[in-house]
Write a protein that binds this ligand. Structure first.
Ligand SMILES: Cc1cc2nc3c(=O)[nH]c(=O)nc-3n(C[C@H](O)[C@H](O)[C@H](O)COP(=O)(O)O)c2cc1C
Length: 386
């Protein structure tokens, strides 16, 4: 199918950008009208009929940021106060995340939201990470964590918890006329549990270099067959696909629906770098990257699984703090990925950020932006094994 650049731009540039990267809040009303709302998990999770605090807390934990929104958590409830968190191994991302590093970071964010929600309910969540040992190069069947809920009348709710339902990954362009100054960045960094491991910059030369680097990495990924196809295969095109599979990369903005129905926006078109759709996709992806006034990043001293979990905990905390301040946060993970085509850019970003002695676990754009709508979630009951 051939479409002119102009017609694509007029119908789709904003919509692809918004759908892939963020949605204006108005879009959510339409989506909410569908009978099965793939974003229902964000509506008052505590209104659950269950009186089990573990289920109430899990209803918040499933809202954690996680790579490609794969939601790989599998929960076993044990007795009346314990739960076991494992990874559904089929939900990993072997091409873009060959060492399961990012998947593990997502579990760190999940555990932090679980802990926060438990404390809001008056429970201490006693978390034992990797109770049967830390996995090696890939995650395996062994649990990620064992969690015991213990009532504690003295426990205080984490102040960041109140922002959980407003938190988003914001993929839109940020306001380049509004500086994110050092005081603001310091407040965001203050949410970290490991203050020595969180960094940020709005310095013009460094941010310009970072914009170039993350964009180079994005293009590299888009041109590298296996990682690109992993993402293409996880695209949910249009509302019906998103409703059937509320995970992956959701392209269901109302404007995109027309392109899907007309057969313009297809997986086939996205798979090939030569199609107008794909070229347009690159153009609309670059614009937000260029509209980035500042970056934040997390560096752990080593790349152990427990460090990856710690990075996930911190990432969601930074995201919650940014949310509380009206700031958008958007991970830029391509340059951090561990497949051969990316090795050089992975080295470059460690050199640029003077992080050679450690491992950059997360790098994100940060800036002022209108709030995005939430991303879909599988209902909690689909994530429970027992
Ligand atoms: C480890 C990790 C890496 C991520 N990398 C990217 C990325 O490179 N690009 C992106 O757009 N989003 C990235 N995300 C954000 C996820 O896509 C997002 O959390 C998920 O789609 C759910 O959306 P939400 O955060 O708005 O709830 C990443 C998240 C995590 C935890």
């Amino acid at each position: 199918m051939s479409i002119s650049r102009r017609s694509f731009l007029s119908t789709a540039s904003g919509s692809i950008a918004l759908a892939m990267f963020s949605l204006p809040c108005g879009g959510s009303r339409l989506i909410a009208q569908t009978r099965k709302d793939p974003r229902a998990a964000w509506n008052a999770p505590d209104a659950t009929t269950s009186s089990d605090p573990r289920l109430q807390a899990l209803a918040y934990a499933i809202l954690a940021p996680n790579p490609h929104n794969r939601q790989p958590w599998l929960i076993d409830l044990k007795g009346d106060a314990e739960l076991i968190v494992s990874c559904e191994l089929e939900r990993r991302l072997p091409a873009t995340d060959p060492l399961d590093r990012q998947i593990t970071i997502g579990f760190g964010a999940f555990l932090e939201l679980l802990r926060m929600a438990a404390s809001k309910l008056g429970y201490e969540a006693l978390i034992t990470e990797f109770p049967q040992g830390e996995p090696g190069n890939r995650l395996d069947e062994r649990p990620i964590a064992n969690v015991i809920f213990r009532k504690n009348p003295l426990i205080k709710a984490d102040p960041l918890f109140q922002h959980v339902l407003a938190r988003r990954t914001n993929r839109g362009p940020f306001d380049m006329t509004r500086a994110v100054d050092e005081g603001v960045l310091a407040s965001v960094r203050s949410a970290s549990l490991a203050p020595g491991q969180v960094f940020s910059s709005s310095e013009p030369k460094l941010t310009a270099k970072l914009r170039d680097l993350v964009w180079a990495a994005f293009k590299m990924e888009a041109m590298t067959h296996d990682p690109h196809m992993e993402s293409v295969n996880l695209m949910r095109l249009g509302r019906a696909e998103v409703t059937a599979n509320p995970d992956g990369i959701s392209l269901d903005a109302p404007e995109l629906e027309a392109l899907v129905v007309q057969g313009i926006l297809t997986r086939g078109a996205m798979a090939s770098p030569d199609t107008p759709v794909f070229k347009q996709f690159l153009a609309v992806t670059e614009a937000p990257v260029r509209a980035t006034p500042a970056f934040v990043w997390l560096v752990t001293p080593d790349n152990r699984r427990v460090s990856q979990l710690a990075a996930g905990r911190d990432w969601v905390r930074l995201n919650l703090m940014a949310t509380s301040m009206g700031l958008g946060l958007h991970p830029q993970s391509a340059t951090l990925q561990e497949y051969p085509e990316m090795y050089q850019l992975l080295d470059e970003v460690h050199d640029l950020l003077d992080a050679r002695k450690g491992r950059i676990q997360m790098l994100g754009r940060i800036g002022y932006a209108p709030r995005a709508v939430p991303s879909p979630r599988w209902p909690l009951e689909t994530r429970l094994r027992t």
